[in-house]
Design a protein around this ligand. Structure first.
Ligand code: F6P
Length: 369
């Protein structure tokens, strides 16, 4: 099947992740090498929904020159947003209330008007759900899986995850020495939403003594017991890694801000809560470090950079082959394609029978259960 493509557009949506620029560059070059024009939409779909906000009309031409030298840079040259979901757009009504509106037709009209043949949507669950909806409405779409959280189904990993884990691991390495010098407990809170991938991988790699993840509800007394046991062996310091979405067996997840129309709830605060209890139970000095958005910044690791380039070029190849409604994914050994409907709205948590969890248990890491 031939694609008859002349023009494509690329957008980046949701929270940023190291590797976004490498995907943009790869897609733009692979498109240019086929004689296609490539355009970038600003800030998710806001460039289309609010063209008046942008000096260039909300969409920028991506040429070989304009994507030169960006593969190693964090962030996204196109900008992104996790507040501009066109499927659930908050529209202010005259009486001041907000109404949940679907603005996807404006996106379809834009593609028709500008004669852009296809979209490469780079994003996490939210963006891929939008991509799926646009595909169902007739747009040619290929998704690229991005998130530091690694919580997307049907792909071995998302780009951005390895960079986040590498940074968190380095932080744990640094915290070991100061924790030991002061005989303290350091509680390190990491992102990940409802999945514990970052906490698990960084916690094991960085030699944490307790790792608390959303998939295993925790009992803080078990963590206190682990710290006490270490003290009893003369190891007077401990490192506890906690995922922002972790929740106690008897209790609730810590929420910083509730969900709004088109915007998910914000998690955070579990580190502080655990620290207070651990200080109380152990009588030790406890400090909290929230890595937060530091995990999303900086250059992509070589693994993420390569994954991003493989994903970006594979998305263009898929369009060239006439495919649509799919996401490029990392299987082994090759990139493959999965239907967007198999990905949209599905979260991939840490499987409790995974050998990585077993590795942690065999190393004596406390999971709070
Ligand atoms: O999904 C990526 C992520 O960084 C989550 O780990 C985190 O909960 C969320 O985004 C934070 O988003 P915001 O940019 O709204 O602070």
């Amino acid at each position: 099947m031939t694609s008859h493509i002349r023009r494509i557009a690329v957008c980046t949506g949701g929270g940023d992740a190291p590797g976004l620029n490498a995907v943009i560059r790869a897609a733009a070059i692979a498109a240019a090498n086929r004689g296609w024009e490539c355009y970038g939409i600003h800030d998710g779909f806001n460039g289309i929904l609010f063209p008046e906000r942008y000096p260039d009309g909300g969409v920028v031409r991506l040429t070989r020159d304009s994507v030169r030298g960006i593969a190693h840079l964090g962030g996204t040259i196109l900008g992104t947003t996790n507040k501009g979901n066109p499927l659930h757009f908050p529209l202010k009504m005259p009486d001041g209330t907000m109404r949940d509106t679907d603005r996807t037709n404006e996106i379809l009209e834009f593609f028709a008007r500008k004669e852009i043949d296809a979209l490469i949507s780079i994003g996490g669950d939210g963006s891929l759900t939008i991509a799926h909806a646009l595909h169902q409405k007739g747009l040619r779409v290929v998704g690229v899986p991005k998130t530091i959280d690694n919580d997307l189904d049907k792909t071995f990993t998302t780009f951005g995850f390895d960079s986040a884990v590498a940074f968190a691991t380095e932080c744990l390495d640094r915290l070991h020495s100061t924790a030991e010098s002061h005989q303290r407990v350091m509680v390190v809170e990491v992102m990940g939403r409802y999945a514990g991938w970052i906490a698990l991988h960084a916690g094991i790699s960085g030699g944490a003594h307790a790792v608390l993840i959303p998939e295993i509800p925790f009992d803080v007394d078990k963590v206190a017991a682990k710290i006490g046991a270490r003290d009893g062996e003369g190891r007077m310091y401990s490192l506890v890694v906690v995922a922002e979405g972790a929740e106690p067996i008897h209790g609730h997840r810590e929420i910083l801000a509730p969900a709004e129309i088109g915007h998910a709830e914000r998690l955070g605060g579990v580190g502080d809560r655990i620290a207070r209890v651990l200080a109380d139970r152990s009588g030790k000095d406890v400090r909290v470090v929230v890595l937060g958005h530091l995990l999303r910044g900086g250059s992509p690791t070589s693994f993420d950079r390569l994954a991003a380039m493989r994903f970006g070029t594979a998305a263009v190849r898929a369009l060239d082959e006439g495919q649509s409604g799919i996401m490029v994914a990392l299987g082994f050994p090759n990139v493959n394609y999965v239907a967007l409907e198999e990905v949209a709205g599905r979260m991939k948590g840490v499987p409790l029978d995974s050998d990585t969890v077993q590795t942690g248990r065999d190393l004596g890491i406390c999971f709070g259960d």
